[in-house]
Design a protein around this ligand. Sequence first.
Ligand code: NAP
Length: 313
Amino acid sequence: MSDAVLLICGPFTDEERSRLEAAHPSAAAASPAEIAALPGALRAGIRAVAYKGHAPFGGGEMDALPALGLIANYGVGYDAIDVAAASARGAKVTNTPGVLNDDVADLALGMMLSLSRDLEEGARLVRSGEWAQRALPLNRKFSGGKAGIVGLGRIGREIADRLAAFKMEIHYHSRSEKDTPGWTWHADPVALAAEVDWLVVALVGGPETENYIGAAALAALGPEGVVVNISRGSTVDEGALLDALEAGTIRGAALDVFLNEPDIDPRFRSLSNAVLQPHQGSGTVETRRAMLGLQLANVTAFLAGKPLETPVN
Ligand code: NAP
């Protein structure tokens, strides 16, 4: 008979796992697909799941845990979890909003600067010794450009604030206009793309925002335009984006997220006009500790019958 009430599910680090285990009697599963294979007596005692990862967590996995009352996600984006299925089973879902805004915005700016000033090629010239034979070609000015944020939520605002400090003109698209003096709202993402040089996607993922930025927005962005995506691979039509990058109908892309991570479309590998990162937006020691702390606070509150810190449903 197991006394575990918490299931630690996903690729947690040793430090993270130790913090969760020290707080509550726990069991572990490497991924949602492995839950059904756990012993029935163990599954029957699980009341909360601490989840990390992007593999789907659906009704089937929930049904394998008959006492499930909470899925606490590690991350603000919970598009991998079927929230409607959780609600239908009386289970709550929580996420970790806010604590990662700075890091994700910092990475967006880092990728944008890297693309503008060709930092990858510059580093290659220095390291290889080729610098003695040829200079780095002139690159492109970053400060003072025109930026369009798609999804002016928590992270989108942090990105916009940073770009404003780079003397950029700020435009954005959200479903409703925000109180943002000096920034220009566009009701339509295609109209936004037509107005700016940098199209920065900071939307939630999931079916409602799938291919939100498609071929029409990329065409409107034009040959001087750059797509930046730190949201989810699903929010931009990836086939249309690859076509545009290969044909040079946009200037470039800076991407932290892709479809089918980490086995991304091999067409990305040969692009010289794209900065590519392995979904590391929140990946600092400080922020990952804060994310685990908020996830654990939700688990602890739930198991103590107290109000959840950051409920989703
Ligand atoms: P947020 O504050 O909830 O903002 C989300 C934005 O998405 C809002 O502007 C919202 O628009 C928009 N949106 C939501 N549903 C929509 C819909 N159905 N149609 C159109 N727009 C919709 O979220 P956040 O904390 O900024 O996080 C945003 C996303 O960033 C997360 O969901 C996650 O996918 C991603 N993320 C990535 C990383 C990384 O490592 N790269 C790390 C953390 C988060 P309105 O203003 O119109 O409501």
